[in-house]
Each structure stands twice: as structure tokens, then as C-alpha cells.
Design a protein around this ligand. Sequence first.
Ligand code: ZN
Length: 142
Amino acid sequence: MKITDAQLKQIYTHAAEIYPHECCGFLLGQFADGGFVREVRRATNQNQDRTDRFVISPEEFAKVQMSADDAELEIIGIYHSHPDWPPIPSQTDMESAWEEVFYLITSVHEKMPLNTNAWRLADEGIRRFEFVPLEIVDQNEL
Ligand SMILES: [Zn+2]
């Protein structure tokens, strides 16, 4: 999946602001050619009780879906942070994941975003995440 350096920085800024809670948001773009991100959109994490969960309200989801439609984009992915935890999907991430959608996870250690991995549910076989290589591109290349 392609993402620009600037978009990744938006996610890192969000992740650092929300720490020690999980940040979350949408990746709008196109699924074509392995997927590329056109826009990063913040979401509000409705879960304030725990630092290892994120919940996006159906209302916010519907709103973003509508504006994506207007812009002729799709919700191709969801990003969230893992405070003091590696960028590997949790059991909860697995259970709540949708097919086809990319899951971008940023690991944050003491407010410092460290690294990001992308994942997607496997097409076949048992339910599991597959690693998706991230290609960080210049704005101009899109
Ligand atoms: Zn997670």
C-alpha cells in the first residue's frame, strides 16, 4: 500500500497527541494497484476506559463514508496506534477486522511514534492477518 511521508506524519502527530490512549482514523483512497492513500482523516476514539482499545461510532463511520463517496474515494483502511506495544494486530483487532480493508498500526513508545506496519485479512484459509508492505512515496508520485 502506498502512503506519503506527509500522511504518515499526520498519523504520528495524532498518535503522540492521544498517547497513552489509542488514536484511530480513516485512510481514504483507492484499492487499485495495491492500494494508495489519498487522505488521512482523524476519528474520535469512543473508548476512554482502556488504553488498548479503539471504537469508532457508526455515525462517524457513516459520515466519513458519505464524504468519501462525494470525493469518489473509498475507505481503504483504518489506522490506530498501539501505545507501548508492537505494531502487530491484537486479538481484538482480528475479531473486529473487515475483509479487504487495510489496517495500519503505529507503535508509540513514551509518546514517540516508532514504527508502522500495515495488515490485511488473508483472502483464504483460517482467519489471520497478512503483512502488507508499505511503500512511502513523495506527494508528487501520486
Ligand atoms: Zn490494535
